[in-house]
Design a protein around this ligand. Structure first.
Ligand SMILES: NC(=O)c1ccc[n+]([C@@H]2O[C@H](COP(=O)([O-])OP(=O)(O)OC[C@H]3O[C@@H](n4cnc5c(N)ncnc54)[C@H](O)[C@@H]3O)[C@@H](O)[C@H]2O)c1
Length: 245
């Protein structure tokens, strides 16, 4: 892995930060991209990690990012919760741009390098919501379902060039994206945060705890590692049994 170079989006926090650290620990040179400059600082202090501040929803800006990478982890994402009839259209567009169009652009501009090298790994951080819907998450569920389709097409096209493409599909992971939802839903439902965790977030899950970011990063590292050549076009649930229902 020491010769590999990876680009990880949304790397300043949560799952992206864990992926960047985990790949760097394998000796991969990591380009960590985020618009949170302060959040990237700690990561930038690690050996083998370079940071780039960029707003990934600005699609034209994506062309400035490094394209000579062997591993692409499409991770950056946000959540917005509202009924469809009240969902702000501009927010729907933003989420699709950040979580589906930006991954498409990044895949599109990094594949030529991977094809040239005869080796590449695209890992898309999807979600259980790439495979299942939940009410009030129209944009997020639509973006993640779209990412699943994109990932499979890239798997089919990339196979002849040694490039794999897969999705990783966690249930709720202990990150700021989820802790913010805990606070919001507690206020909305008049519950404590621990009641929201038990009665709302963990209700569909058999393993009654949040997943740790490191657990997701371990799966991502496996999908980039030496035994991963035939693993492609798949979606790996890490969901505590949610989709076993
Ligand atoms: N936390 C969960 O429970 C969970 C579950 C399943 C899937 N996911 C997915 O994992 C991914 C990472 O989520 P997380 O939980 O680590 O969230 P997080 O909020 O901890 O991290 C998301 C990162 O993306 C960055 N980001 C957001 N918008 C950006 C933009 N426009 N430009 C550049 N950077 C931007 C943020 O600054 C942040 O560093 C997301 O795609 C999310 O949908 C999360």
């Amino acid at each position: 892995m020491e010769t590999r170079r990876a680009l990880v989006t949304g790397a300043a926090s949560g799952i992206g930060a864990a992926c960047a650290q985990r790949l760097a620990a394998d000796g991969v040179h990591v380009v960590a991209v985020d618009f949170d400059e302060a959040g990237l600082e700690t990561l930038g202090a690690l050996d083998g990690v370079e940071t780039v501040v960029a707003d990934l929803s600005d699609l034209e800006r994506l062309a400035d990012l490094p394209t000579d990478v062997d591993i692409l982890v499409n991770n950056a994402g946000v959540q917005q919760v509202a009924p469809v009839e009240q969902f702000p259209p501009e927010r729907f567009s933003y989420i699709l741009r950040l979580m589906l169009e930006a991954p498409f652009r990044l895949i599109r501009q990094t594949l030529p390098h991977m094809y040239g090298a005869g080796w590449g790994r695209v890992v898309n951080i999807s979600s259980v919501h790439g495979l299942r819907a939940s009410p009030f998450k129209a944009a997020y569920v639509a973006a993640k379902h779209g990412l699943e389709g994109l990932s499979k097409v890239v798997a089919l096209e990339g196979a002849a060039h040694g490039v794999t493409s897969n999705c990783v599909n966690p249930a709720y992971v202990r990150t700021p994206l989820v802790t913010a939802q805990l606070a919001d839903q507690a206020a909305t439902h008049g519950l404590s945060e621990s009641e929201v965790l038990d009665k709302v977030l963990l209700e569909p899950v058999a393993v009654k705890r949040l997943i740790e970011p490191d657990e997701v990063a371990e799966l991502v590292a496996m999908l980039c590692g030496p035994a991963s050549a035939s693993i492609t076009g798949s979606s790996f649930v890490l969901d505590g049994g949610w989709t076993a229902h």
